[in-house]
Design a binder for this molecule. Structure first.
Ligand SMILES: [Zn+2]
Length: 275
């Protein structure tokens, strides 16, 4: 098993490359690319959330408890309808921190087994989809950048765990008992596997719906793509600015439109004359 430090070093190195690639090749802003890189670094710790009592587990829970409320606070305010006042926001952030740091850690400790379904490919997809759905952006591309960052780091952890399950001592290279317990699709427990896939199916549907791949066509157009970027928010305002008095214009419009529409028909009626 690779150490906590090795996992972080590996995923952070990948994160640097990811951030660089996102900024240089994919035209994300440097800030977006950097955040994506950070998420790749964090993704490299996530599989060890399955052992909250160990030192790495404690560290990850502390980090998750600090980071997740920052991402979710906007959603929570919207869901609860609470006023975005300083005290309300601070109380919410603190209660979310303690809920994750101690409440969720306790639940995970009771339910999970180390190298169970947390160390698996469906868990990687779940982590990526949760990030995609929770990331507060209107842009599918930016949400995708963050989700993929988490997936990249997560996969680096699984890969490193598998690499460490090889034995290089002795006359021939062999494998330890831990071989195949990280990069896997199913766990030993049927219940845990079924539960993981149920979550994965639900989140996959929500993600595809959010990306406009399934669902009613109105929702598809509701998600602006990268080309529309920064102007998306102010577009409605601009539209209003162009038509300050719609009622006045509407009264004038029908006449020229009607005339233009009639003209081609006149031409058509004239057409038989050429025969
Ligand atoms: Zn691990």
């Amino acid at each position: 098993m690779a150490s906590f430090r090795e996992h972080i070093a590996f995923s952070s190195a990948l994160g640097v490359g990811y951030a660089f690639g996102a900024a240089a090749l994919l035209e994300f802003t440097p800030e977006q690319a950097l955040l994506g890189g950070f998420l790749a670094g964090i993704g490299g710790m996530l599989p060890d959330l399955d052992s909250p009592t160990g030192k790495p587990g404690k560290e990850i829970f502390a980090l998750t408890a600090a980071a997740v409320p920052l991402v979710l606070i906007g959603h929570v305010l919207a869901w609860t309808g609470l006023p975005p006042e300083t005290e309300t926001v601070m109380l919410l952030l603190l209660s979310m921190y303690f809920t994750i740091r101690y409440g969720l850690a306790w639940v995970v400790d009771k339910l999970s087994v180390h190298r169970g379904m947390f160390h698996s490919l469906p868990a990687m997809a779940i982590a990526a989809e949760v990030t995609y759905l929770a990331y507060p952006s209107e842009l599918t591309t930016v949400k995708l950048l963050m989700g993929t960052g988490i997936a990249l780091g997560f996969f680096s952890h699984l890969l490193l765990d598998e690499i460490y399950s090889f034995k290089w001592s002795g006359p021939l290279p062999g494998v330890k008992k831990s071989f195949g317990t990280a990069i896997k699709f199913t766990g030993q427990s049927f219940g845990a596997t079924a539960f993981t896939y149920a979550i994965l199916a639900t989140l996959s549907f929500l993600t595809m719906e959010n990306a406009g791949l399934v669902g009613p066509p109105e929702e598809q157009s509701a998600i602006p793509m990268a080309e529309q970027t920064d102007t998306a928010d102010i577009e409605p305002v601009l539209r209003h600015a162009e038509f300050p008095e719609p009622s006045f214009q509407r009264a004038e419009l029908p006449i020229p439109r009607y005339q233009e529409a009639v003209r081609p028909e006149d031409d058509l009626q004239d057409a038989p004359l050429f025969r």
